[in-house]
Design a protein around this ligand. Structure first.
Ligand code: ADP
Ligand code: ADP
Length: 225
């Protein structure tokens, strides 16, 4: 049994119920493995992410984590089991340290030492005391303009604090310059260690460290190996 499994999933978007995106779709990722999912635009990669995050539910079939149907999991528990790093991480209007603390089940219990520790692992320690630009503080300090790579390192630190079982990387390094990409990739490699990972990959370079590559096309896994 896979740590993460899609079994006979059927899905159509509610706005286009006549157009099936998936029929009998199955996919299994063994515990602790890294799977890269590749496929052309429109193949259904983003839809898989949406189903996994429960933005939508399948019409039939199941998605399970360690054999448990995600529809039956306690939402709070479920949230702590899946970590995501996407192309454009969401930042809240508070300090970067607090943004990292939001990864925890109860952010109010997170200590400065814990934040410092995950920020160091994520190559984000040099800017945790700042505020994101646009979120200036009441005492008049100006927020700093964060690069895409810095935002991602904040998201990686947040995910480290969450310590999720399943990690979902949605094109996490596709929009970065070379230097940023190295710092983000190094942080990602540390985050991926020992977890079950699904990488939604657009570029072949991102699949180098995957144990398995699955090719998605026409709503099916065409190849997996
Ligand atoms: P990929 O991420 O591989 O490019 P998507 O999952 O975005 O593929 O798209 C798969 C199919 O689902 C496409 O035919 C796309 O047009 C359709 N689709 C994606 N999002 C929506 C939506 N919100 N509503 C209706 N159809 C959608
Ligand atoms: P956090 O990761 O800070 O715990 P949430 O639990 O709100 O944040 O969301 C988990 C992740 O799901 C977010 O980091 C984000 O990448 C993704 N997410 C949430 N809502 C959406 C959405 N509407 N569309 C795409 N991704 C989303």
């Amino acid at each position: 049994r896979g740590a993460l499994e899609f079994k006979d999933v059927e899905f159509a978007y509610p706005t286009r119920p006549e157009t099936s995106i998936f029929k009998d779709f199955s996919l299994s990722i063994p515990a602790g493995s890294v799977m890269a999912l590749v496929g052309p635009s429109g193949a259904g990669k983003s839809t898989i992410v949406s189903l996994l995050l429960r933005l939508y539910d399948p019409i039939s079939g199941t998605i399970t984590i360690d054999g448990f149907d995600i529809r039956q999991l306690n939402p709070l528990w479920f949230r702590t089991k899946i970590g995501t790093v996407s192309q454009e991480p969401i930042l809240f209007s508070c300090s970067i340290a607090e943004n990292i603390a939001y990864g925890a089940e109860d952010p109010s219990t997170v200590t400065a030492e814990e934040i410092q520790k995950v920020a160091e692992i994520a190559n984000a320690a040099s800017f945790i005391r700042d505020f994101p630009k646009g979120f200036d503080t009441v005492v008049g300090e100006k927020g700093i303009l964060l690069s895409g790579g810095q935002k991602q390192r904040i998201a990686i630190a947040r995910a480290l604090l969450k310590n999720p079982k399943i990690l979902l990387l949605d094109e996490a390094t596709s929009a970065l310059d070379a230097e940023n990409e190295y710092l983000v990739q190094e942080a990602l490699d540390r985050l991926m260690e020992g977890r079950t990972v699904l990488i939604i990959a657009h570029r072949l370079s991102t699949i180098q460290n995957a144990d398995l590559v699955a090719v998605l096309g026409q709503g099916k896994i065409l190849e997996c190996g």
